[in-house]
Ligand binder design. Structure first.
Ligand SMILES: *[C@@H]1O[C@H](CO)[C@@H](O)[C@H](O)[C@H]1NC(C)=O
Length: 692
């Protein structure tokens, strides 16, 4: 495949901003979806064209054996019937166009059907999910002013409590609840009903809708299909307003991309639905597959059975986040380490050879067919054996993992860049192109990209050869603001319509976007969660051994570190000497501040105490308690800690004159300790059997 750089500059740089970059497409303007302008039209088209084809799949649990069976499928026709029934039942509950309806539960056919029912009636679908934080469900229910919730049985009790609390404080507009699945909490239902809520089971709703069908109320392209709440960086979740036209543009993006790489996406395609549907990445992937008449198979909501679900479905498209790919990489390399010398030799020989040919611009099939058959076909089986394209998003993939996947998975592996605010699709790497290794690829056709200089960080957007700066995005797949937060919207969307992402990027010579930094002290972990590190340090500084050294100085004694290649946070703490020594004494350890030269008994100095793993464990527990008291989220917890007896100071260049942590200097200073902490954590994680 001959590759020409598909990116063009369509303007000149200004004093602070780069040129506007767009993907060079054969057509004028932004690509469209063959006249389809809403998600309702997209689904209706598929139902007409693919009525008898499988659409939504699930695995039934055999109660006697406790095992799940193979995938069972509902056709487009059957799915459409259920969508119409549920939509009719919701209409009977008095819900009208532009009302908001919550959907709460793990991905499954009912989730998708509820969402399609919203599209059919012009309701705005508001996903609810747990990882938003402790009180987030109540926050979103209240803030979105939703009037009904469709919920999984397993989440009903939690939802009921939230709804009743809101009712008690005179807030919340929810009047009806529809629950799917088995095992709904009877007491919760009774309690809700006694407080005036209307509660329907999925079966009741289907029957009610079938008995009295309602006409669809088709949305217009400018109607919101979804308000997607994101945890963002600090403060309350933000409700990202997304129009039908935006998701349609995101689907058009991917279809255009597939055409460009000669990948015919259609009814033969299948996708495993396991990344949360409440997030934009999976949502757009499912919309795409349903648009082209493919199949979406839903997982069992159990990470330890993900590999089994993959094997049962044999998906053709596999989307994932780095955390998943890291695990696959660790599992395969672990196996190879244990293999016989001859197998090991073959793997490494084949790997080097195939990498060489891929780097020399050979295609996947052409690079090393012999080794594909002999060695890599077994690796490919981990993703079911039928995967034709692998897309990683959410956070950057570690280069060694990307290289491994590109060589061993026998399918193009590409990274994309996108946020909820641009419907997941800003850019994606060209398949099988080594120049785009470890990049996020050129902008997708429905997006424009430009960079804005960040002089305080040394990024110059006006450099024509290698512009760098904050990534700005514009185009039809952009969001329409944060719901009821005009101030927050104006912070990130300027008067020319550019969305300021907060990510620092550059444009490589092959026309690819590459994310290189974050504008504020905010970063993403590998599972895609944002960490606002200063907020965490404030919390952890409340733990007794990590309290500030003296009330007079605002210098911190705790530095939290994480990066987008890791899923966990670590910290370096300069413990308060007397707090640590009091603890040590209570443990029966003998401690002194300074060891007198005349001393012969085995005693421990403060420095030695800081090297004591038990001391680190104790400090870690204290940090955890402080985190708990401040209701930090699971991913904000510190997983491992290094203790240092020497304070962060201005003299050792770890603090600024105003006592701010110098993060780059700290990273350099503690690099070996960080590496050790992560090596231990990852070794422990690899030893625990979980996932693929
Ligand atoms: C899905 O699994 C997670 C983790 O085991 C659990 O917390 C959650 O409640 C499950 N979701 C549903 C809808 O059952």
């Amino acid at each position: 495949m001959v590759f020409t750089c598909p990116v063009v500059a369509v303007s000149e740089p200004t004093a602070t901003q780069s040129a506007i970059y767009r993907r060079q497409t054969s057509a004028e303007g932004f690509p469209t979806l063959d006249g389809i302008e809403t998600l309702y039209e997209s689904f209706e088209k598929s139902v007409t064209q693919h009525k008898g084809l499988p659409a939504l799949g699930w695995r039934e649990l055999d109660k006697a054996t406790g095992n799940v069976g193979d995938f069972q499928w509902m056709t487009y026709g059957e799915a459409a019937e259920r969508v119409a029934h549920i939509a009719s039942a919701l209409a009977q509950l008095g819900i009208v166009a532009q009302d908001r309806v919550g959907v709460y539960g793990a991905n499954c056919p009912e989730w998708m059907i509820a969402m399609q029912a919203c599209n059919r009636m012009s309701y705005e679908c508001v996903p609810l999910y747990d990882s938003l934080g402790d009180n987030a469900i109540e926050f979103v229910v209240r803030h979105s002013e939703m009037v009904a919730v469709v919920v999984a049985a397993g989440k009903l009790a939690k939802l009921a409590k939230g709804l009743e609390d809101l009712q008690a404080s005179g807030e919340g507009r929810v009047k009806s609840v529809v629950h799917w699945g088995e095992g709904a909490d009877a007491a919760a239902i009774k309690s809700l009903e006694s407080k005036g809520f209307k509660v329907l089971s999925w079966g009741d709703a289907l029957d009610a809708g079938a008995a009295s069908p309602a006409e669809p109320v088709p949305p217009s392209p400018d109607d919101y299909c979804t308000i997607m709440y994101t945890s963002g960086t600090t403060g309350d979740p933000k409700g990202v307003l997304i129009k039908h036209s935006a998701v349609v543009a995101a689907v058009a993006n991917v279809i255009y991309y597939c055409k460009e790489i000669d990948y015919e996406v259609g009814p033969g395609d299948s996708l495993l639905s396991y990344l949360p549907l409440a997030h934009i990445f999976d949502r757009v992937a499912e919309e795409l597959v349903l648009h082209v008449g493919g199949r979406v198979g839903y997982w069992q909501n159990d990470t330890t059975k993900l590999i089994d679900d993959i094997g049962a479905l044999k998906p053709t498209i596999f989307i994932g986040v780095p955390r998943i790919f890291d695990r696959i990489h660790a599992a395969v390399t672990g196996q190879i380490k244990k293999a016989s010398p001859i197998k090991k030799f073959l793997f490494h020989w084949g790997f080097a050879r195939k990498r060489f040919f891929l780097q020399s611009a050979f295609s996947q099939e052409g690079a090393a067919p012999f080794f594909d058959k002999l060695v890599f076909s077994k690796v490919k089986k981990r993703l079911g054996g039928h995967v034709k394209v692998i897309i990683s998003g959410g956070a950057p993939l570690a280069p060694h993992v990307e290289e491994f996947l590109r060589v061993a998975m026998c399918a193009p592996v590409v990274q994309g860049y996108g946020l909820t605010e641009c419907c997941a699709g800003a850019s994606i790497a060209i398949a099988d192109n080594w120049e785009q290794f470890a990049t996020n690829g050129p902008p997708l056709p429905c997006i424009e990209i430009r960079f804005e200089s960040v002089p305080e960080m040394g990024y110059d957007a006006t450099d024509k050869a290698a512009p760098a700066g904050e990534v700005l995005l514009r185009g039809p797949c952009l969001f329409s603001g944060y719901f009821k937060q005009q101030d927050k919207t104006e912070e990130v969307v300027d008067s020319d319509g550019w969305f300021h992402t907060g990510d620092i990027g550059t444009l490589t010579s092959s026309g690819a976007l590459k994310i290189i930094d974050r504008k504020k002290n905010i970063f993403k972990l590998s599972q895609g969660e944002y960490i606002a590190v200063e907020k965490l340090e404030t919390t952890y500084s409340k733990a007794p051994p990590a309290e500030q050294a003296s009330a007079a100085s605002s210098a911190r004694a705790v530095w939290v570190y994480g990066d987008s290649f890791q899923s966990k946070l670590v910290a370096v703490v300069v413990p308060k000497q007397h707090a640590l020594q009091d603890w040590a004494k209570a443990q029966g350890k003998e401690v002194v501040a300074e060891i007198p030269s005349t001393h012969v008994e085995p005693v421990t100095s403060f420095e030695e105490l800081c090297r004591d793993p038990e001391a680190a464990d104790w400090v870690l527990k204290q940090l955890a308690a402080a985190g708990k008291a401040d209701r930090l989220k699971g991913f904000e917890r510190i997983a491992a800690v290094h203790l240092d007896s020497e304070p962060f100071g201005i003299e050792n260049d770890l603090l600024t004159p105003t006592f701010k942590l110098k993060r780059a200097a700290l990273k350099k200073h503690y690099q070996a300790d960080i590496d050790r902490l992560y090596a231990d954590l990852n070794a422990a994680a690899a030893a625990a059997p979980a996932g693929p």
